[in-house]
Write a protein that binds this ligand. Sequence first.
Ligand code: ARG
Ligand code: ZN
Ligand code: CA
Length: 260
Amino acid sequence: LPRQVTIPVVVHVVLDDTSAVTHAQILSQLAVLNQDYNAANTDISQVPAVWQSLIGNTRINFCLAQRTPDNEPTNGIVKVKTATGKSFSISNGSPDVKYNSTGGSDAWDTHRYLNIWVTRLSGNFLGVAAPPGNGYPQEQEGVVVQYTGFGTTGSVGGTYNLGRTTTHEIGHFFGLKHIWADDSGGCTDDDGIADTPLQGDNSFGCPTFPKLDNCTNKAPGIMFMNYMDYSDDRCMHLFTAGQVDRMRYVLENTVASLMT
Ligand code: ARG
Ligand code: ZN
Ligand code: CA
């Protein structure tokens, strides 16, 4: 197993009513991350028996930062009030939410902190990632999450209420592609991970196992309960060992300074 590491997190709440995302809601999201990234989620038993042996454990922990970049004590939460009804687009990784000058909140050194912006995203999008090494300006690296899909309490609602959007976006941050590889049903391109089954398109809702598709047409079928699919939160349960290898590789080679 890889070495247990802890990553300091800063959560930027950028909303017209910043009280809509409470400290408790933020802590509920950190708890989900620490479970999901350590294969300690209570629903992991719902991974079908054939795939139990593929379950990966990143041994990454996340904690709210205790010091600011200037070494002042902090609770790791920054709140920025926006104009009433303000929302941000997910295009290009949602840059506007990442700068004070455009109504957002400036990043803390993205190679010392994992920056999570929680905001109102236009178009009901759930989230977007700007992973390191993907051509984004360094100060934009991090993830942006819709405030109604963040954590497990408070302003969450609907079927994205178990914190899995943030689990998914941080998967992108650490170099994971969608499990179906965004190729609109194609079966040649895939996610580049050897132990995830080929999958044509994204899943939605809560499929019943086994589910076959055009790319994997025999049992056990597609891995719709993977965090990098689009199933509902209550139906997402694992990263594979191959996905964990990719994430640890990116962590240790691209953003090693995040590890404490
Ligand atoms: N649509 C978002 C993305 O592609 C996140 C989807 C998260 N899915 C979920 N069940 N929480 O990055
Ligand atoms: Zn995604
Ligand atoms: Ca595909």
